[in-house]
Design a protein around this ligand. Structure first.
Ligand code: NAP
Length: 341
């Protein structure tokens, strides 16, 4: 990995323009607190030691290449917030480089972790990542993708995403990306909270939307997916449409219940049951994700509205079951001793 001293030298040497043409770099925010596939051989090492060959001082790109293992991937992360940082740690654990860019300024954070941070998607694409991994919020992804200069990427590059909805990024990437680039849509079904003790056994959904069989693309794709397999994830291949159906009935419901409970402002009591503890934990986990994320789960999954309506109907049904018992009349009789007329 690039040392923090070389990264800070890099900071001193360069001045950086804005991220998207329309969005200035924001000050750094503090980060919030199997199907088994065959092992994959790395693709031929295209990151040659050009400096040695050319006999000149290594550039920052060449320094970084020398620091990652031969054949390792360079997974360029676009959107280096809560989840981008979390997934970068796992990718680094597998020996790959994670150059990154984001709307906000993460230079300091990255310098301490041997990560090259670029102020623009332009500069990141110039650095020649093998995989461009979109980790931006669901709501901002279309603007973020439209600002990426794809023509600067290596012709065999793969564009992947981690959005918690899948049909939307699939269709967006098919629409916007030039035809040659590979597209792999993924959803790690875990995050900084549920994956803080490791990723073993946690589901990782993926759909190889467009991967060319000739050239390096298929091998790179397998190598990228093997990062998650080697971390112990349960690899689940399914279509983006299927993912969105399942996720609306599970993840969206979970987040909605968590958000509703948060409105109740529940507090721990001296007599918590195990069930109540579970609800408190659910509330805490849900509100630790941004509201943008939750709104994205609703707005960008065509199945979410139906689930919202189902929830409302279910609540009404339960209320009817309770109130249908004429409990008010009975209470008057039992507690207040009012005779039944
Ligand atoms: P998020 O609020 O969904 O996204 C935050 C990220 O989006 C940050 O990198 C932020 O950049 C960027 N962003 C927000 N608004 C932007 C804008 N207008 N222009 C450019 N960039 C913008 O929170 P998150 O938890 O980090 O999630 C990131 C992605 O991972 C989402 O697509 C989410 O669905 C997916 N995911 C999250 C989890 C999870 O457990 N959190 C699990 C699986 C997948 P700056 O930080 O630079 O401002």
């Amino acid at each position: 990995m690039a040392s923090s001293s070389s990264s800070s030298a890099l900071l001193r040497r360069r001045t950086y323009p804005n991220f998207c043409a329309f969005a200035p770099l924001r000050p750094t925010r503090q980060p919030a607190a199997s199907t088994s596939r065959a092992p994959v051989a790395p693709p031929p090492d295209h990151h040659q030691d050009a400096a040695a060959a050319a006999g000149h001082d290594p550039s920052p790109e060449e320094e970084e290449r020398a620091d990652v293992a031969a054949g390792a991937l360079r997974v360029g992360i676009v959107g280096f917030g809560n989840f981008g940082q979390f997934i970068a740690r796992g990718i680094q654990r597998r020996g790959h480089a994670v150059p990154a860019t984001s709307r906000s300024d993460y230079f300091g954070y990255c310098a301490r972790r041997g990560i090259r941070f670029f102020a623009t998607a332009d500069a990141l694409c110039d650095a020649g990542p093998d995989v461009l991994l979109l980790c931006s919020s669901i709501l901002s992804t279309e603007a973020v993708v439209r600002a990426v200069p794809f023509h600067k990427l290596r012709p065999d590059a793969i564009v992947a995403d981690v959005l918690s909805v899948k049909q939307f990024p699939r269709n967006l990437l098919l629409e916007i990306l030039p035809p040659g680039f590979g597209i792999v849509c993924t959803h790690p079904m875990f995050g900084p909270e549920s994956g803080k003790h490791g990723w073993s056994g946690l589901p990782f959904v993926y759909d190889k939307v467009r991967v060319a069989q000739e050239g390096n693309q298929a091998t790179k794709c397998e190598q990228f997916l093997s990062i998650f397999e080697e971390e112990g994830c349960r690899m689940v291949e399914m279509s983006c449409a299927e993912h969105d159906r399942y996720a609306a009935g599970s993840q969206f419901i979970t987040h909605t219940i968590g958000r509703i409970l948060a409105q109740l402002n529940l507090k721990s009591t001296p007599i918590n049951t195990k069930g109540y503890e579970t609800l408190l934990k659910l509330t805490e986990n849900t509100v630790s994700d941004s509201f943008d994320l939750y709104y994205g789960l609703f707005m960008y999954n065509i199945n979410a509205t139906e689930q919202m309506e189902n929830l409302e109907k279910a609540f009404q049904k339960v209320k009817e079951m309770l109130y249908g018992r004429l409990h008010n009349v009975l209470r008057k009789q039992i507690v207040e001793r009012v005779p039944i007329p």
